[in-house]
Design a protein around this ligand. Structure first.
Ligand code: AMP
Length: 196
């Protein structure tokens, strides 16, 4: 069982590293942003609701997001572990997650924070907006997302650091180097790659 949280500002490369980590550790990724985007694509009610917030760079309300994560954590494919990408994003969600995991008897193994300076993030986001055409990646919305990240998400790093669960990895180098650094952290924490 490997229970891991990926933390980091928008544009830092969480999605890319989550996909790699999922293969590396042999556990699924739970990405709240991806679930919302899939719902938008399928034109569900949840998608319509989420889009109103995502388009502005705001958080989707906890009353929607937290039960969605709880449902996902109750599906059998996460019995051997999971990587949470994009949840928790604020202290209330961190507390809700703690309660969910306690109820399931699952201890959290690691919170991995990917970090990069703001100018690097803005440069990356501009690239991604062009490539993927993500509506929530316009410069104005991005700045709003970054501001909310600083105000609401960054404080949860301290919450996890106090529990000795936090490891910070510099996400500025090229992707393979970042992966090497992550693999090193996992090894130090005795979290083994799949098949080892
Ligand atoms: P992401 O793909 O993780 O960058 O998420 C895209 C957008 O989905 C965010 O900017 C929020 O609007 C929404 N979202 C994703 N995860 C959460 C969450 N844990 N709480 C609230 N809103 C979220």
């Amino acid at each position: 069982m490997t229970a891991l949280i990926l933390l980091g500002p928008p544009g830092v490369g969480k999605g890319t590293q989550a996909a790699w980590l999922s293969k590396y550790l042999g556990v699924p990724t739970i990405s709240t942003g991806e679930i919302f985007r899939a719902n938008i694509a399928e034109q569900t009610e949840l998608g319509a609701l989420a889009q109103r917030y995502m388009d502005k760079g705001e958080f989707v309300p906890d009353s929607v997001t937290t039960p969605m994560v709880a449902t996902r954590l109750a599906t059998p494919d996460v019995d051997h572990g999971f990587i949470l990408d994009g949840y928790p994003r604020k202290i209330e969600q961190a507390h809700a997650l703690r309660d969910m995991l306690v109820a399931r008897g699952v201890p959290l193994d690691l919170v991995l924070e990917l970090s990069a300076p703001e100018d690097e993030l803005i440069r990356r986001l501009e690239g991604r907006a062009t490539q993927e055409g993500r509506a929530d990646d316009s410069a104005e919305v991005y700045r709003r997302r970054l501001e909310i990240y600083r105000q609401q998400t960054e404080p949860i790093a301290t919450y996890y650091a106090d529990q000795d669960l936090l490891e910070v990895v510099d996400a500025q180098p090229a992707i393979p180097q970042v992966q090497e650094a992550i693999a090193k952290v996992l090894k130090e924490r005795s979290l083994e790659a799949a098949g080892e």
